[in-house]
Design a protein around this ligand. Structure first.
Ligand SMILES: CC(=O)SCCNC(=O)CCNC(=O)[C@H](O)C(C)(C)COP(=O)(O)OP(=O)(O)OC[C@H]1O[C@@H](n2cnc3c(N)ncnc32)[C@H](O)[C@@H]1OP(=O)(O)O
Ligand SMILES: CC(C)C(=O)C(=O)O
Length: 554
């Protein structure tokens, strides 16, 4: 039995005045990517300089205006990377680079050496403030921990004197989620006083869930509590930096925005220590799906995934929101049917809003394709098979034919598992379009008689019967009727055309038409569909009859 009694429950806050549950997110926060620092520090194989540069350029392309480029005082590679950005003039004027550093003098000094030549930088200092870390890591009391933070801000002030660029200070009470709120507030206020923030020279207070310890509502309560109590709130940018230990990093960020956070730090696909950081892409796509401009260029999720996977050597999971290979794929029959109908309704209603069951966004909006939306396996229904035939190949099977053809595919999927669209098309051809034996249509001559004659169409049809060329004739009230009557006599059968449908195939198919004939064998009561394709509509319908006769009788 699990020894759950070893774990302490994190208490909820006694905070009845909370406002955030009634708020609504109406605009994107300021995004700060920490892929090159927090993300990178968590890789088994950290990125080399060229990979970091590729990632940096991706982040710029995506529209990030604040990018944490590393911890330049921590290692030579981190230092060199920032120097490369500066020396190769890779930092656009509208992008602010952020650097992380502990509140230790030699590290602050080295950080400013790395920043030389940067026009504007966010210098991000931090120290751990939680009860546990004070106790077991730092072995310091609250005043001593506060003194570390104040001293850190003072060193930044001191070393920035010889720096030509602009500096914004960011302070993180690291392990905020395990810190007493009054203490977190006190330490932030002290750092602000030391730094001397003003509304024109704001300080960033970044409240991390360094370790996500409980439900995201508690994090939101804590953010709102701080937000309402900071001194000089107008001189502060309130930032959050959620991690994902409980799998609720995205929820924590969203609730924190409701609670007053204006800035969000995170990574692409949530790469980061342990279970990762907040996935910025998911939060941004969530905003987009609510009709809010995410303020990032997220139109090509494939490219983002490709660069990310190449640089980090991590993989995007198949069910990762928005980006995973399977997230726009429906396997089950009822989902496929609903998507099929939803897409059709979108086309007919020309609705300005995207509304398709089971697809919260249009995959095409983010560079995904419709093709993999429906995949066919033994759980799939007739709607899915019809959808594949329509969207992949342009065949609009009549409704009555959906089940008949889906049964053919289901029998295959029960044996082999998933059936790819190409195999579905092959089966469609071999079961219908190419069912040309043993009676094989060759040519027809259709003649219209004078008007006001009851049966006015005359058909003369050449065909092969078990390899022997033959001819029959028939008269009817149209070409299909004439051929049907001729066939009945010729083959000694009794058939009725129950339904007839036709449509043009897409231009790529050489302006052809597809005809679907639903045919009844009167004597046995059996019915089937036949399909014919031709550039000539009459010929395609005759081929459809022959296909159905071959299916019914041979
Ligand atoms: C939650 C986060 O992700 S925070 C960021 C974490 N990321 C990293 O640390 C990656 C880069 N860091 C490093 O490579 C190393 O920590 C270095 C190079 C910066 C420093 O290395 P070292 O000085 O050898 O060791 P270390 O980081 O363990 O520091 C230990 C000392 O610094 C103190 N310290 C740790 N963090 C801080 C801080 N934020 N501010 C001030 N002092 C600190 C510790 O109390 C400890 O003091 P002690 O020696 O008196 O016991
Ligand atoms: C430095 C801080 C913000 C951090 O990375 C964390 O707490 O996770």
């Amino acid at each position: 039995m699990l020894n759950y009694e070893r774990y302490k429950r994190v208490p909820v806050m006694n905070y009845p005045e909370r406002q955030w549950p009634g708020n609504e997110i109406k605009k994107a926060p300021i995004w700060c990517s920490v892929d090159l620092r927090d993300g990178n520090q968590a890789l088994t194989e950290p990125m080399v300089v060229e990979e970091k540069i590729e990632m940096f350029q991706l982040l710029i392309k995506l529209g990030f205006k604040e990018i944490e480029v590393g911890f330049p005082a921590a290692s030579q590679i981190e230092f060199d990377f920032l120097r490369q950005l500066v020396e190769r003039k890779l930092i656009p004027d509208d992008v602010v680079v952020q650097v992380l550093v502990q509140c230790r003098e030699h590290l602050v000094k080295r950080t400013f050496e790395a920043l030389k030549g940067v026009k504007k930088a966010i210098v991000h200092i931090y120290n751990s403030t939680s009860t546990l870390q004070r106790d077991v890591v730092f072995k310091k009391d609250m005043d001593e921990i506060k003194a570390i933070a104040i001293q850190g801000a003072e060193w930044v002030k001191q070393y920035m004197k010889d720096f030509d660029g602009e500096v914004v200070l960011e302070y993180s009470p690291e392990s905020f989620t395990g810190t007493e709120l009054e203490f977190a507030l006190d330490i932030c206020n002290a750092v602000q006083e030391t730094w001397g923030a003003t509304p024109d020279k704001k300080i960033i207070f970044n409240l991390p869930s360094t370790v996500e310890m409980t439900t995201p509502n508690v994090y939101a309560d804590r953010i709102e509590w701080m937000n309402q109590r900071f001194k000089n709130r107008e001189s502060i940018i309130l930032s959050v930096h959620p991690h994902n230990d409980r799998g609720t990093g995205v929820a924590a960020a969203e609730l924190a925005i409701l609670a007053g956070a204006e800035r969000v730090e995170g990574t692409l696909f949530g790469n980061g220590e342990r279970t990762g950081n907040l996935d910025i892409l998911t939060v941004a796509y969530n905003l987009f799906s609510q009709g809010i401009n995410p303020e990032l260029h997220l139109e090509n999720i494939r490219e983002i995934s490709e660069v990310y996977e190449r640089c980090t050597k991590m993989e995007v999971g198949p069910r990762h929101p928005y980006a995973g290979k399977l997230v726009f794929t429906a396997f089950s029959g009822s989902h496929q049917d609903a998507i099929n109908k939803g897409m059709q309704a979108m086309r007919e209603r020309k609705n300005a809003y995207w509304e398709v069951p089971y697809l919260p966004i249009d995959p095409a909006d983010i560079g995904r394709q419709y093709e993999p939306v429906v995949r066919i396996n033994s759980q799939s229904g007739k709607g899915g098979v019809a959808f594949v035939m329509d969207t992949f190949y342009g065949f609009k099977l009549p409704k009555g034919m959906h089940k008949e053809f889906a049964d053919v595919i289901q029998a295959i999927s029960e044996k082999q598992g998933e059936v790819a669209p190409e195999q579905i098309l092959d089966e469609f051809n071999s079961n219908y379009v190419d069912r040309k034996e043993p009676i094989h249509f060759l040519k027809a001559q259709i003649t219209e008689a004078e008007e006001d004659v009851e049966f006015s169409t005359f058909a003369r049809v050449r065909y092969m019967d078990h390899g022997v060329e033959k001819v029959f004739e028939g008269v009817g009230n149209g070409p299909i009727d004439a051929v049907q009557k001729g066939l009945e006599k010729e083959l000694d059968i009794e058939i009725r055309v129950l339904d007839y449908n036709e449509h043009a195939l897409a231009s790529g198919s050489g302006a052809k038409a597809a005809s679907y004939i639903h045919l009844l064998d009167v004597r046995s009561g059996k019915t089937t569909y036949g399909v014919g394709i031709s550039s000539n509509i009459t010929r395609s319908s005759i081929r459809g009859i022959f296909s159905a006769v071959n299916r019914l009788f041979y």
